[in-house]
Design a protein around this ligand. Structure first.
Ligand SMILES: [Zn+2]
Length: 343
């Protein structure tokens, strides 16, 4: 079992982290203060509202936890602070490159426009980059329960904002009632506009077809993809196409993707050569950080430093950044991990 200090020293890439599910307690308090909104009296009570319990019954119940912080994320200032806060937490996990995703449509309850919501997040990411040794980019999420006419407003943002920190598109939310195939038109439109695509898919039992559909429609990364375990015949395609699986152990158990450790397929995927990566999904809702996710995997599977190095190279390959930046990250990580392995 690896020492926690060694895990802490490993440079990391995180591809799957939701802004609204990852606010620190201090940040939640700051945002409420900025808005003059009251919060429950104690830290424990605040966290009880913001965190999903271990006993969450399913993905939908898990997703309800987000309702608590969303009223605090309705101004430019608060969104900017929130983005900064999540990058700051990732930097503590020694993350060198992160993509933070959010659904702009959820931040329009007061008077922000879609563009302003995106610009606020990008501004927070950029400010954090000044203060920490990390690169942070943004992904726009569409929510699957949104009307298609609303989802269609998201793609033009990539043109109107045209910021190099806005790097990709995702669809998140209830995949049982809203399977991937329903969104064929918008996903194809994103692909035709050369927008990088990652899609939440295969997070729920019996949702494996969503993974196949996501890949066939043009996603190069799959959010979670746990149910790939039930489509072994498709693994060769996933490997051939270099599809990256953005897995998040704590979240995957909480949403009841999986109930028994023996069924969690991370190691099977890794051994088969699937491009698995490790992520938090939601630092606050899942009460975790990347250090804890790495610790779990090290503990469950006796993963060594070289194994973690490999999954980080997979993550770099899947990152939505130009090739030249990937080469730089690969080189940096190779050098840093070599030093850790020598010790
Ligand atoms: Zn997610």
């Amino acid at each position: 079992m690896l020492h926690s200090e060694l895990i802490a020293k490993m440079p990391k890439v995180e591809l799957h982290c939701h802004l609204d599910g990852s606010l620190s307690l201090a940040c939640i308090k700051q945002l409420a203060k900025n808005d003059g909104q009251s919060l429950p009296a104690t830290d424990a009570e605040i966290l009880e509202k913001a965190q999903a319990p271990e006993t969450t019954r399913n993905l939908l119940e898990y997703l309800q936890r987000f309702d608590f912080v969303l009223p605090l994320l309705q101004s430019y200032r608060n969104l900017e602070i929130a983005a900064y806060d999540v990058v700051q937490q990732a930097a503590k996990d020694n993350v060198k490159y992160i993509e933070i995703r959010f659904a702009p449509a959820q931040h329009l309850q007061k008077n922000l426009t879609l563009e302003e919501a995106v610009e606020a997040v990008i501004a927070g990411l950029a400010r954090a980059e000044q203060d920490f040794d990390i690169t942070a980019n943004a992904l726009i999420c569409g929510l699957k329960h949104q009307p298609l006419s609303e989802l269609e407003k998201l793609l033009p943002l990539f043109d109107t904002i045209s910021d190099e920190k806005l790097v990709g598109f995702d669809l998140a939310g209830d995949e049982v009632n809203y399977p991937e195939i329903k969104f064929e038109k918008i996903i194809s439109a994103a692909k035709n506009s050369n927008i990088h695509i990652t899609l939440h898919a295969g997070e729920c039992p019996h949702c494996e077809q969503n993974i196949i559909d996501a890949v066939e429609l043009g996603a190069t990364r799959i959010g979670h993809g746990v149910m790939s375990k039930d489509i072994t015949a498709y693994w060769e395609t996933l490997i051939e196409k270099n599809i990256v699986l953005e897995m998040a152990p704590t979240s995957n158990f909480q949403t009841k993707s999986i109930t028994a450790l023996a069924d969690y397929p991370f190691k099977k995927f890794y051994d088969a050569g699937l491009h698995v990566t490790l992520n938090t999904d939601n630092r606050t809702v899942s009460n975790t950080n990347l250090q804890q996710e790495y610790t779990k995997i090290a503990d469950w599977y006796d993963f060594q430093v070289s194994d973690f190095e490999k999954i980080n190279h997979y993550a770099i390959d899947g990152a939505f950044i130009p090739e030249i930046e990937k080469i730089q990250l690969h080189n940096d990580f190779t050098a840093d991990y070599a030093k850790l392995i020598e010790k």
